[in-house]
Design a protein around this ligand. Structure first.
Ligand code: IMP
Length: 198
């Protein structure tokens, strides 16, 4: 069975492709003839994942899923949330001279300078459009935001996120461990359980 993952990220494709096994042929956007940019203009992870999945389902005529992830800091009312990728660039842009992930981390640590309550979570939503019907799967990883960045592995906010039950930040962990326990892994697990029943 063929299924499309609405991503250009080869690494994500390989990882999920391996988990799905031989029953499914997983295609990425680069395998399709779709050059238009996928719209992603809503204010929630659920709506964005849904928008992307339906867009590709309609453009490709194939069953398809899309993901969207955000970091939610409780003391900041859930920010940066759906705006995680461009946190430092929204409103009055901060740290424009820095590469995006470093600027986002600097802005987050600055916003949280005087905040003691540092609980946060990463949330991934996957939307699957299967034969014209949508199904959503969610994975949440709770943790805390550290006072200083630490570690060099991973990407995004990994250097300042310490998952619950661990002494290390995501950026200090082996990538294989992070990929087993992460928000994305939890959502993908639910997606795979569903697909295995098809
Ligand atoms: P995306 O939906 O996977 O593109 O993620 C949106 C943004 O959330 C990324 O640009 C990162 O800033 C952040 N993010 C997503 N997943 C992770 C993660 O596993 N670690 C750290 N940051 C992440």
């Amino acid at each position: 069975m063929e299924i499309v993952f609405a991503t250009n990220n080869r690494h994500k494709l390989e990882e999920i492709g391996a988990l799905l096994g031989k029953r499914f042929r997983l295609l990425g956007l680069q395998d399709l003839d779709i050059s238009t940019e996928i719209p992603e203009d809503h204010n929630t992870l659920k709506e964005n994942a849904s928008q992307k999945a339906w867009f590709i389902y309609q453009a490709s005529g194939r069953n398809c899923f899309a993901d969207d992830t955000g970091l939610e800091v409780h003391a900041l009312g859930g920010a940066p949330g759906v705006f995680s990728a461009r946190y430092a660039r929204i409103g009055h842009p901060t740290f424009p001279e820095m590469e995006p992930a470093a600027g986002n981390i600097r802005k987050l640590l600055l916003e949280m300078e005087k905040i003691e309550q540092r609980a946060a979570c990463f949330r991934t939503v996957i939307s699957l459009v299967w034969n014209g019907k949508e199904h959503q799967f969610e994975g949440v990883m709770s943790g805390t935001i550290t006072r200083e960045p630490s570690g060099t592995k991973g990407f995004g906010y990994d250097p300042v996120f310490r998952p619950e039950g661990y002494e290390l930040t995501f950026a200090e962990m082996d990538l294989s461990l992070k990929n087993q326990i992460s928000h994305r892994a939890l959502a993908v697990e639910k997606l795979i359980d569903f697909l295995m029943q098809m």
